[in-house]
Ligand binder design. Structure first.
Ligand code: GLN
Length: 212
């Protein structure tokens, strides 16, 4: 089956590894550039995006991560991971680095102080079986999504009504919330399905990556 890496510099790495394993992927932590070559997909966990980007830079991972995402590595970012995947970030510290690849503008800590952390039911397109119980922790939202980006989830009701909190662009998926913290593995299952489909497209039967 597919191997999915979790960027393991900071954040809720363990929870993502468990969710990926629960949906049948081989889940491995990724800390070194060389380890990127061995994964069919990648998860950027929740945590603190500035810290993660700084560590990625220090460990020589930022360039390889950018290259891998641009080369088509299926990648799922939750919360801080969504920020790292975004091409444009609002309310970020000056000089904040991202990986990019997802053609969206996100706003960091968007929900504001009053709703620093909250939970809400979010219908996610492509996830059957009812709304996802979404946990938001100092979460970003997507302020603007380019034309090629599918909006697959919005907040319904409350002060953040209508805000975009889940998107997909090809094999890139991002959510403002943390399905890895809830025991609901349907978003991870959706992502692993994308990874399987991409692997079937990119790898020949002997396992070599086509064109590399
Ligand atoms: N506020 C954090 C950041 O900007 C994200 C929070 C999270 O991942 N729960 O990176």
């Amino acid at each position: 089956d597919v191997t999915v890496g979790v960027l393991a510099l900071q954040g809720d790495v363990r929870e993502h590894l468990a969710a990926l394993a629960a949906v049948g992927a081989r889940a491995v932590p990724v800390r070194r550039p060389g380890e990127l070559a061995d994964v069919d997909g990648l998860v950027l966990p929740g945590g603190e995006s500035t810290t993660m980007a700084n560590l990625a830079q220090r460990f020589g991972l930022l360039g390889p991560l950018r290259d891998a995402v641009r080369a088509g590595l299926p990648t799922y970012g939750s919360c801080a991971g969504m920020i790292l995947l975004a091409d444009r970030v609002l309310d970020a510290p000056a000089g904040q680095q991202t990986i990019g690849g997802l053609d969206v503008t996100v706003r960091r800590n968007a929900f504001g102080r009053q709703v620093d952390s909250f939970e809400s039911a979010v219908e996610v397109d492509g996830v059957a079986g009812g709304p996802v119980h979404a946990v938001f922790i100092r979460a970003p939202w997507v302020e603007q999504a380019a034309e090629g980006v599918e909006v697959i989830g919005r907040v319904v009701g409350g002060p953040a009504d209508g805000k975009i909190v889940a998107v997909r662009q090809g094999s890139l998926v991002a959510t403002s919330f943390h399905p890895e913290l809830t025991g609901d593995t349907r978003v991870h299952a959706l992502f692993v399905e994308l990874v399987r489909a991409a692997r079937a497209r990119y790898r020949s039967s002997d396992g070599a990556i086509a064109g590399v």
